[in-house]
Design a protein around this ligand. Structure first.
Ligand code: NDP
Length: 309
């Protein structure tokens, strides 16, 4: 390797820790953490969190953007990554493990009435249902959704999974496309959202979907806040159509203190922690993708701007 590698870490959260990781992977490389210090020398690689708007577009000689996140809708926004520069999504088994833990925790907790027992001060024995008698629908069958659906099915839930193309998941019934969404959510007891945010998925968790579910079910969302019509969820909880919700993502983050989602008794709020990026494994995966790019080898997980994910 003769050419010097330059990598800009465009992330507001702890860029130094990431820089240290990249220095270990590429001891000869120049690792930059301050976009303001760019001097016109080409920087082929940008490791991107959620930098200030226009930061990435201003990088000279950009060849590849490596996202620190699985969701890349902010990088596909106009004026961010120049057309033709590939964006590599972060697909990390450690992140998938974290997301599976969060989803199983909220589904099992709701399934066995734990929040209700936690609030009880009397010996109230509630009806306990077997997992095989609950229909759980996972929206999204990608890196995250497919593992979550597989694990839910392995526990015994009657599992459905919905994706754009009807991707198969072991143990689950697969549904595709807009008509598939109606079938997949009709009679569902729980819906777990792990979709990417695109024009086609925005506002997917709305009154019509809640009305198709069995009464008193669970809505869990760790995709993006814009998937949920907040007012529709609150109305469905207030009417009893939905029994409980667990939300990890919000239209505005941090969720403002005055937001009614904070105080609604049926809603569990977690602060976008379902599957945080694990810096150690993320750096190793991104470094491997940089090596593949330098060697001209194919890179999987390149986002498709036309699809939006
Ligand atoms: P993938 O790209 O691997 O999977 C996306 C899935 O969604 C695919 O199955 C895809 O279908 C499906 N999909 C996309 N568009 C549609 C549509 N219009 N209709 C039906 N299905 C659709 O993404 P990941 O699993 O890696 O991540 C999913 C999302 O999770 C991220 O985009 C991000 O928003 C969120 N996330 C949240 C985190 C958190 O901490 N809360 C952490 C990480 C991610 P197909 O298989 O047919 O292509």
């Amino acid at each position: 390797m003769t050419e010097q590698i330059r990598i800009l870490i465009a992330s507001k959260g702890k860029p130094e820790a990431l820089a240290q990781g990249f220095r270990q992977e590429f001891p000869q490389a120049e690792i930059l953490t301050d976009p303001a210090a760019l001097d016109g020398t080409p920087v082929p690689y940008v490791v991107a969190g959620k930098p200030d708007p226009g930061t990435i577009a201003a990088v000279p000689g950009l060849e590849l953007v490596l996202s620190l996140n699985a969701g890349i809708e902010h990088l596909l926004a106009p004026g961010e990554v120049p057309e033709g520069v590939p964006i590599v999504r972060l697909v990390d088994p450690a992140m998938t493990e974290g997301m599976s833990d969060w989803c199983l925790a909220v589904v099992l907790s709701w399934h066995r009435n734990l929040p209700l027992y936690r609030a009880d001060t009397e010996w109230t024995r509630r009806t306990e249902v077997l997992s095989r008698d609950r229909v759980v629908t996972v929206l999204g069958a990608g890196a995250l959704g497919s593992r979550v659906a597989r694990l839910l099915a392995a526990i015994g839930f009657d599992t459905r999974v919905w994706s754009r193309t009807g991707r198969a998941v072991e143990g689950a019934r697969a549904f595709a496309g807009p008509e598939g969404l109606v079938e997949a959510t009709t009679g569902a007891d729980a819906v777990v959202n792990l979709l990417p945010l695109t024009d086609a998925t925005r506002d997917v968790l709305d009154a019509a979907l809640f009305a198709r579910m069995n009464r008193g079910g669970l809505v869990a969302s760790a995709g993006r806040g814009q998937h949920l019509v907040d007012a529709d969820l609150i109305a469905a909880l207030d009417s009893g159509q939905i029994g409980a919700a667990a939300l990890d993502v919000f239209r505005t983050e941090p969720l403002p203190p005055e937001d009614p989602l904070w105080t609604h008794p049926g809603i569990l709020v977690t602060p976008h922690v379902a599957a945080p990026t694990q810096p150690g494994s993320a750096v190793r995966i991104m470094a491997e993708n940089i090596r593949r790019h330098m060697n001209g080898d194919p890179i999987t997980e390149i986002a498709d701007p036309a699809r939006g994910y």
